[in-house]
Design a binder for this molecule. Structure first.
Ligand SMILES: Cc1ncc(COP(=O)(O)O)c(C=O)c1O
Ligand SMILES: [Zn+2]
Length: 415
């Protein structure tokens, strides 16, 4: 690929495995050794704290943090849809009673333009694609990435191709990818297979890959943490809990906390919790044993985190180590119990997001999280992403699931 010069180059790619560095003008996605790239910003060339004040009133909750995510991108290349600025909600008493804790907030990333946190990474990824002069972008997805990629690509005038695991994507997400005009392919098999195909294809024909393997996605997703800390007046909670699939978020959160500490925005580091679904928990096993083995046949009702070979497992491992965090797994039953309570509190989320509350309950029961500690759960996707599961749950029609909190449809007797 032809190298283009951008000034000033305050950011570089660094391989997390062999430590080789690359210019960001190279447009690289992965190191020649196969390792994941991470973006290093040279804070000595910037005055990030002062510049953050300048961007304070920016309309996008992502680009409001431009000096610490992508300081050198020209404003003309930025493709944004008003992402971020998501709400922070108190848990209801019923939720607190369920989880056994007293201080719990939900940050609702389902309030982003396409209904999931993916928009935070996508606005940065698509802007970078524009800066590099790319015409076609591509991803594999359990659904939300494809919805976000399709929307941002069309808005930027680029072509989008998405590859989805057949029959394993919630309807709301598939509908979005089609509606926003992406070229949609399905493959028989898992998300992991779809991702492998897309990585192979992108490296052959030069399409720009926008899965979370792309380090610019991670830069955008860091803003969930920066915005949360700002919401909390830079006072850190004790725990930040997120669902874990491909582990982009867990990695981004660890990087954000490390950088917030380097920049003296915070002094205490909250513990990160990565929650996987039982049946789809390769990272929990890795965290507990130190040995990484992909799960060839991942299975959970929470389709967004039905991932057996999370691409960012090594970055996420470092994130948990740095924050003295925890990885845990929860059953589909407990995910749907938790979802019914979050939905019933008027907040609502998709199944994967509810794994956070199920995980918190488990860790409080085990004594890992103390009942009085301050906890923030990240709700990653909107309730309407997966309407089918809601209808089936409330009609007692989900196999092997007890609809404990069902709200049945009543027949109106007009006599
Ligand atoms: C709603 C939702 N929650 C969680 C995740 C998992 O995020 P990550 O892959 O960053 O671990 C995804 C990924 O698709 C998602 O769509
Ligand atoms: Zn390398």
């Amino acid at each position: 690929m032809m190298e283009r010069k951008f000034l000033p180059e305050v950011s570089t790619f660094k391989c997390i495995t062999c430590k080789k560095t690359y210019s960001i003008a190279s447009g690289s996605i992965r190191c020649s050794c196969g390792g994941l790239l991470e973006i290093k910003h040279d804070w000595t060339l910037l005055s990030p704290k002062k510049e953050l004040e300048y961007y304070e009133h920016h309309l996008s909750g992502v680009w409001r943090f431009k000096p610490i995510i992508h300081p050198s991108i020209p404003d003309k290349d930025i493709v944004m849809r008003g992402e971020g600025n998501t709400g922070l909600y108190n848990a209801s008493q019923r939720i607190l009673d369920y989880a056994g804790c007293t201080n719990l907030l939900f940050k609702h990333e389902g309030e982003n333009p396409t209904g999931s946190f993916k928009d935070r990474g996508m606005t940065v990824g698509i802007s970078e694609a524009k800066r590099l002069g790319m015409h076609t972008v591509v991803c594999a997805s359990t659904g939300n990435t494809s919805a976000s990629l399709a929307a941002y690509a069309s808005y930027a005038g680029m072509k989008a191709t998405v590859i989805l695991p057949k029959g394993k994507v919630a309807f709301g997400k598939l509908a979005q990818a089609l509606a926003y005009g992406a070229k949609v392919y399905t493959v028989e098999g898992t998300f992991d297979l779809a991702l492998q195909q897309v990585i192979d294809q992108a490296s052959k024909d030069g399409r720009y890959l926008l899965n979370s393997i792309n380090p610019w996605r991670i830069e955008g997703q860091k803003t969930i943490i920066f915005e949360l800390l700002e919401n909390l007046k830079w006072e850190t909670p004790d725990w930040i809990v997120a669902p874990a699939g491909n582990l982009g978020n867990t990695s981004a959160f660890g990087k954000a906390l490390k950088e917030a500490q380097e920049l003296e925005l915070i002094t205490e580091i909250p513990h990160l919790v990565a929650v996987q679904a039982k049946g789809s928990e390769p990272f929990v096993k890795y965290w507990e044993s130190g040995k990484y083995n992909p799960e060839p046949n991942p299975r959970t009702i929470a389709t967004a985190i039905n991932i057996g070979n999370p691409v960012s497992h090594s970055k996420a491992f470092e994130a948990l180590k740095f924050t003295n965090g925890v990885a845990t797994s929860v059953s589909d039953q407990s995910i749907l119990d938790a979802k019914a309570l979050i939905d019933g509190a008027g907040i609502g989320c998709e199944p994967a997001s509810a794994s956070t509350l199920a995980g918190i309950k488990k860790l409080v029961d085990e004594g890992t999280i103390l009942a009085s500690e301050k906890i923030v759960a990240i709700l990653t996707g909107h309730l309407l992403k997966d309407p089918q599961i809601i209808i089936d749950y409330h009609q007692h029609q989900l196999e092997n699931i007890q609809s404990i909190y069902a709200n049945k449809i009543n027949i109106y007797d007009h006599k």
